[in-house]
Design a protein around this ligand. Structure first.
Ligand SMILES: CC(=O)N[C@H]1[C@@H](OP(=O)(O)OP(=O)(O)OC[C@H]2O[C@@H](n3ccc(=O)[nH]c3=O)[C@H](O)[C@@H]2O)O[C@H](CO)[C@@H](O)[C@@H]1O
Ligand SMILES: C=C(OP(=O)(O)O)C(=O)O
Length: 438
């Protein structure tokens, strides 16, 4: 199993371009199943989750052609529906969360969809009720084989309707939208997730001939059409990578330019880093972070300790809270990190505590961090990456620490960050990828 050895204490300098967005890529690649025509996707990140989904599509019968380093053409002329009942399909789906979004397009186009319990980060309960209640509202029959952990939906004639989602699930909204684009009549989805990646999906579907309005709001209206055409689509830069790099620059006291971030799509993320006291400038579509010896966390106006909490878009994405937490360990001041959506995502703080960080895990959802203001450095240690974002948070901690740290289970990091060691070493980091057990 591969691991990283990280020599801490080296400042970064230079510029870095974020990869295409992982979570958008997973939606967009699934949407290629909606048409027998060719769909070309640009800015595809070479990360484990995306490569595994591409392989899975290929195994289902999709013709996949790599046109350039980051550009792929997909043509789902024929799909082998029998393959969906094989052990190989189950095994591949179980490797990533995004596989759950195969079911909406399959249902729309072929009247059936199957998916085993999808993979992804083990960060707490990750229910799929929203997805399947939505399909049922459209008229599909739903079955869950609890012993096999296998979901099936069946519905040859989907019918548009009004639905109020029980939660603004990101993949749930994407899945239901994809199922509804070719349903008969009009579907209205209230309490829809509206983050930029869902917006991007809806815009791509409209370019393919779908009729979706209300994009960027939580009320989507979809008028069903007979069939969809091919298109070309470019993925947005990954906002979680952008946030990870802002945090990394602050924590390692580095000067960094993050190129082409699509600033308008970052929502509240820059403002939240500013509240941590991190200075940066928007320059064109870049974010420039000057070298800073100290950053001080703001208090609330009434003087109380600030809370950084996640919320459905346009609130702060839960995927950045691990980064905020690690950055706070070297800030001046205190902050409460409140991870509301996932209940098992903060346990990695034990490792930060081993490294000398002042963190109190109040309960599985909340941690209080008292920053060292760079007066005490973290100590290197040996750790394991429990999930993709905690993995990068630990990498940031190791890069700022005194001495040489080891991070195991880096497959978790590779799931979502493309060649992270190579790209950071080009900026002055000292990360060595080792292939055997360390
Ligand atoms: C492949 C992919 O795109 N994964 C992302 C997607 O996962 P995913 O689509 O699986 O996440 P959901 O949006 O369904 O829900 C995330 C968690 O938040 C809870 N929840 C959600 C909405 C809400 O209004 N209230 C609430 O409590 C859910 O119960 C669940 O525990 O969105 C998550 C939330 O941004 C991100 O962390 C994941 O990186
Ligand atoms: C939770 C995440 O991913 P996934 O939904 O793919 O597990 C993430 O990207 O932070």
């Amino acid at each position: 199993m591969a691991y990283f050895q990280v020599e801490g204490g080296h400042r970064l300098h230079g510029e870095i371009t974020p990869q295409g967005a992982k979570n958008e890529a997973l939606q967009i690649l699934c949407a290629t199943l909606l048409t027998p025509r060719r769909v070309v996707v640009h800015n595809v990140p070479r990360i484990l989750d995306v490569m595994q989904l591409i392989d899975l599509l290929r195994a289902m019968g999709v013709e996949v052609e790599q046109l350039a380093d980051d550009t792929y053409a997909f043509c789902a002329r024929e799909i082998d529906l029998d393959y969906l009942l094989t052990e190989d399909y189950r095994r591949r789906c179980a490797r990533l969360r995004g596989s759950v979004m195969l079911i909406g397009p399959l249902l729309a186009r072929f009247g059936v969809g199957y998916v085993p319990k999808p993979g992804g980060d083990k960060i707490g309960r990750r229910r799929l009720d929203t997805h399947f209640i939505g399909f049922q509202k459209l008229g599909a029959k739903f079955d869950f084989d609890a012993a096999e952990e296998f979901f099936s939906v069946d519905g040859k004639e989907l019918c548009g309707c009004y639905m109020l989602l029980d939660e603004a699930s990101v993949t749930g909204t994407a899945n239901i939208v994809m199922a509804a684009v070719m349903a008969r009549g009009t579907t209205t989805i209230y309490n829809a997730a509206c983050e930029p990646y869902v917006q991007q999906l809806c815009r791509m579907l409209n370019r393919m001939g779908a009729r979706i309005s209300g994009i960027a709001s939580n009320l989507l209206t979809i008028e069903g059409v007979e069939a969809l055409d091919g298109t070309e689509h470019t993925l947005l830069p990954d906002m979680i990578e952008v946030g990870s790099f802002i945090g990394m620059a602050a924590m390692t006291q580095s000067e960094l330019r993050i190129k082409d971030v699509s600033y308008a799509d970052l929502g509240i993320i820059p403002a939240q880093f500013a509240r941590m006291g991190i200075r940066f400038e928007q320059q064109g579509d870049d974010i420039y972070i000057p070298q800073q010896d100290h950053y001080g966390i703001e208090s609330f106006i009434d003087g109380s300790i600030m809370t950084i909490a996640d919320a459905p878009w346009p609130g702060l994405t839960p995927d950045l809270l691990s980064i905020f937490l690690v950055v706070a360990t070297q800030a001046k001041g205190s902050v409460l990190i409140h991870q509301k959506m996932f209940e098992s995502r903060l346990f990695f703080v034990d490792k930060l505590i081993d490294m000398g960080a002042q963190v109190i895990l109040c309960d599985p959802h909340r941690a209080t961090v008292i920053g060292h203001d760079h007066r005490i450095r973290l100590r290197a240690t040996r750790m394991t990456s429990p999930d993709i974002r905690a993995g990068v948070a630990l990498l940031i901690a190791a890069m700022s620490a005194e001495g040489r740290s080891t991070i195991q289970n880096i497959d978790q990091i590779d799931r979502g960050y493309c060649n992270i060691d190579g790209r950071l070493n080009a900026l002055g980091a000292r990360i060595t990828r080792c292939e055997e057990c360390g």
